[in-house]
Design a binder for this molecule. Structure first.
Ligand SMILES: Cc1cc2nc3c(=O)[nH]c(=O)nc-3n(C[C@H](O)[C@H](O)[C@H](O)COP(=O)(O)OP(=O)(O)OC[C@H]3O[C@@H](n4cnc5c(N)ncnc54)[C@H](O)[C@@H]3O)c2cc1C
Length: 293
């Protein structure tokens, strides 16, 4: 199907983008990689009267590590993370995720920030952003604000980005020493959205206890969910099989998935627990902690 008619503007600067968004208000939508917005328009699920294309804003295409954070610009494609030496060497949670979003063709166009702004209940990046304690930088006519991912993901397909605003970048804290993460996903076939997915990030202290953990699940509610009960169980404890099983159980209890053609609610709930266990075992394995399977 063809999209409903719309007006198209190719912005050439952040200021011009903001001016266009202010001018057209609720009628305008930002176009980044177009991998969610264009299909939604073709199915007439979205009918924006005006598209503000930000693909010419090359200044928003970057992976920058400085001041204790990794900043990923709004026009940085998923594929850029997959091939980045910085990401593969230092951010295993992000490397895992970037290799599992959709398929290689979609990843050439789709952006990390666009995925977060889209906030699909089964999207991958929201899960990783919660476990990684990401923040989103948003700019509008009145200035720039930074929003924690927990406050950014409001409801299915709804985020803290308001009318007239542009998300500029997502920031992940640079992992302290003895930190690793892992992203796990079950999909029906390569390129599909998650049937279930989970992210784990752990930092060990000098004695081998878990100093800080981030756990999140996806395709398990209206948007990605942080599993605080699992984090509380893990923080301050030595990693054992029983501890990991308890954290997985907390995820399984919290998951509230919808049944669809990817699986029953009961199956997806079970998989949320299974994937949290796998993510924790993999993350700890990357830190040299073995025998937790
Ligand atoms: C075949 C296929 C398979 C897919 N499989 C998966 C999958 O397995 N997992 C997954 O997570 N995703 C999947 N996707 C979605 C894909 O990852 C999208 O690219 C991503 O969700 C949106 O990124 P985008 O840059 O394409 O955003 P767009 O499609 O351009 O935009 C999406 C929404 O976000 C808004 N937006 C985008 N950027 C900004 C910004 N900087 N500021 C404010 N608003 C903004 C847009 O206005 C729009 O409402 C799939 C897509 C396809 C086509």
């Amino acid at each position: 199907m063809f999209p409903a008619p719309f007006e198209y503007h190719r912005a050439t600067s952040i200021d011009e983008t903001l001016a266009l968004l202010a001018q057209y208000g609720g009628d305008a939508r930002v176009l980044a990689g177009g991998q969610s917005l264009i299909p939604a328009m073709r199915f007439r699920l979205a009918r924006p009267a005006v598209l503000v294309d930000i693909n010419a804003l090359h200044e928003l295409s970057y992976l920058r590590e400085e001041g204790g954070v990794l900043a990923i610009g709004a026009m940085t494609r998923d594929a850029a993370l997959e091939t980045s030496a910085l990401i593969t060497s230092k951010y295993p949670l992000l490397a895992d995720t970037s290799a599992l979003v959709a398929d290689p063709v979609v990843r050439q166009s789709g952006t990390v920030v666009g995925s977060l702004c889209h906030n699909d209940p089964a999207g991958d990046w929201g899960v990783t952003a919660l476990a990684g304690r990401a923040q989103i930088v948003i700019r509008g006519a009145t200035g720039t604000r930074t929003v924690a991912i927990d406050d950014f993901l409001i409801d299915s397909f709804t985020t803290a980005v308001g009318e007239g605003e542009l998300a500029l970048e997502v920031r992940f804290p640079t992992p302290p020493p003895r930190t690793a993460g892992s992203y796990q996903k079950i999909e029906r076939k390569v390129g599909d959205f998650a049937t279930a997915c989970a992210a784990a990030r752990v930092t060990l202290d000098a004695n081998g206890a878990i100093a800080d953990a981030g756990i999140a699940i996806g395709a398990a509610g209206p948007h990605a969910i942080r599993v605080r009960d699992a984090e509380l169980l893990l923080n301050g404890s030595k990693p054992t099989k029983d501890l990991i099983r308890a954290a997985a159980d907390a995820a399984r209890k919290l998951a509230d998935p919808a049944a669809d053609n990817r699986g029953s609610a009961e199956f997806k709930k079970d998989m949320a627990g299974v994937l949290v266990r796998r993510a924790l075992v993999a993350a700890l394995g990357r830190l040299g902690v073995e025998g937790l399977q």
